[in-house]
Design a protein around this ligand. Sequence first.
Ligand SMILES: Nc1ncnc2c1ncn2[C@@H]1O[C@H](COP(=O)(O)OP(=O)(O)OP(=O)(O)O)[C@@H](O)[C@H]1O
Ligand SMILES: [Mg+2]
Length: 560
Amino acid sequence: MTTEQTTSPPRAGVGIAAQGLSQSVRSGRQILTDISVSIAPGELVAIIGASGAGKTTLLEILSGVQRPVAGTVTYDGTTTAGTIGVVPQDDIIHSELPLARTLRYAAQLRLPSTTGPAEISDRVAEVLAELRLTDRAGTPVGLLSGGERKRASIAVELLTRPGVFFLDEPTSGLDPAIAVELLRALRALADTGATVVLTTHQVTDVDHCDRVVVLTRQGRLAFTGAPAAAREFFGLRSLLEVHLRLDEATQPAEWPDRFAEQRPAEPPPRSTDCDVAETSPRRVGRLRQWAVLSARNAEIVVRNRLTLAILLGSPLMVLGMFALLFRPGAFEPTRPSPTVTVMILFWIAFGGFFFGLTYGLLQICTELPILRRERLAGVRLVPYLLAKVAVLLPLLAVVDLALLGVLRGMDRLPPVGGADFAALYATLLLSSAAALALGLLCSAAVSDAAQATLMLPMLCFPQVLFVGAILPVPAMAVGGQWLSYAMSNRWAFEGLGHTAGVERLWRDGGSPLGPPLLATYGDSFSRPVWIDWLVLGGFVLLFLGAAWAVLLRRDPRRAS
Ligand SMILES: Nc1ncnc2c1ncn2[C@@H]1O[C@H](COP(=O)(O)OP(=O)(O)OP(=O)(O)O)[C@@H](O)[C@H]1O
Ligand SMILES: [Mg+2]
């Protein structure tokens, strides 16, 4: 196999100088100690060491994802690296989308806003060719082989033609032939001028590299230099045994000390005294980010037919159950059934809440690694969250309208006129929006789908118990009454009740149950509905704001 020839213009490689890097974790344990390495522009560099030696940590510090507790990193003598490509260990691109679509969205999020559609198509085609993925352009990412997916993940970063690439274990999990092919692709990248730094457990990968950085188990530097010089230094024919050699040392610092003694003096890096580099110049405006992310979310929903069927189908099933459960005519003005009207209104409110919550709950936790990576590429959280709302809220609007429309058509709701129907709809939709925001908040706070699913009952129970339908608010214990204020569903239920005119219906409807029931509910339904709307709107803002704050706290740049 020949090393591929690329048509890309040479990149401006970047030299990296790390001086005295140390890192410790919260418990106080030191995981890296005094690491100094110089990497020349266009070098292909492997960081090796035992598991837990600190390879990922070093890579993240070099790429600016983590801040070290001590030491500096400079790129060509400055602390600003320009464009950096960071390829994490996991395959983290949406599996539903065809590769070319994925790259297109990635390009729209990463390339300057002035880049036109034709230019974006050209760039995507170039990158596909460069990583020899052209014939896979139409394949959904989830169906690519492991090696192809790794290359696809690299392709995403290649779009911006970065001068430096950082890859965490790009070859792990690949069969040896595919690993070699991937290294050749990285070699080709370095040959076009990019500086490429990777971590690896495959010592054979080192043979393709210009430089190897060896870490001891204790996170100290045992060697940095050419692979041949490393073999000579450790007295080995092959670096395969380097870990054994390090472990044979009587003192943990034996090899680092030996290396420090004989280390040729490298020219001290020109360093300016400031922070880790700002690696993601934000070139794409918030509005465009929102538009691109919304389009991508919509395409993901539409392409995943099963998800779409569940999103739309489960509310239809619930609607069918309501139709089976409730008899027509409960709101009949001359012969109302007050207890049935409470249940109908409560379950409609709860339906709107439940659909919103379940729509939001899996949205973020299932793509946290993607978000993390895109945050590094400059994606902002507000457009990210609003792009979720932009796609899910219209779906909820359809579902809520179907729920109210069908129940109204089947005489399960009072025969309200257009304005009141619109008011019922507005209440339900706002309630769904608040629940959607709550779902997004929880999704942002947990780490995976299993945890999110476990939260579902915890979120739903209080929204049943403390709403004031099953037990009227005035009849609750004091604590419950206070808690009921925090239930978005309470405001939806009472708003629906107000618009449906339950007070009048129960008082004047001629049912002997009406007046005493009304007395137990106090003034639950007296409030003008716009107050309920204000409260529900407040919940939407509160939950979205909290989701934003939670995601900000999880920001990769805050790590360390
Ligand atoms: N946020 C953290 N909190 C506590 N300990 C951490 C944290 N991050 C890393 N560590 C610890 O620091 C050490 C180095 O971790 P790192 O992930 O850099 O190792 P590694 O060489 O990449 O390992 P592997 O080869 O298994 O990927 C490990 O012992 C790890 O448990
Ligand atoms: Mg690692």
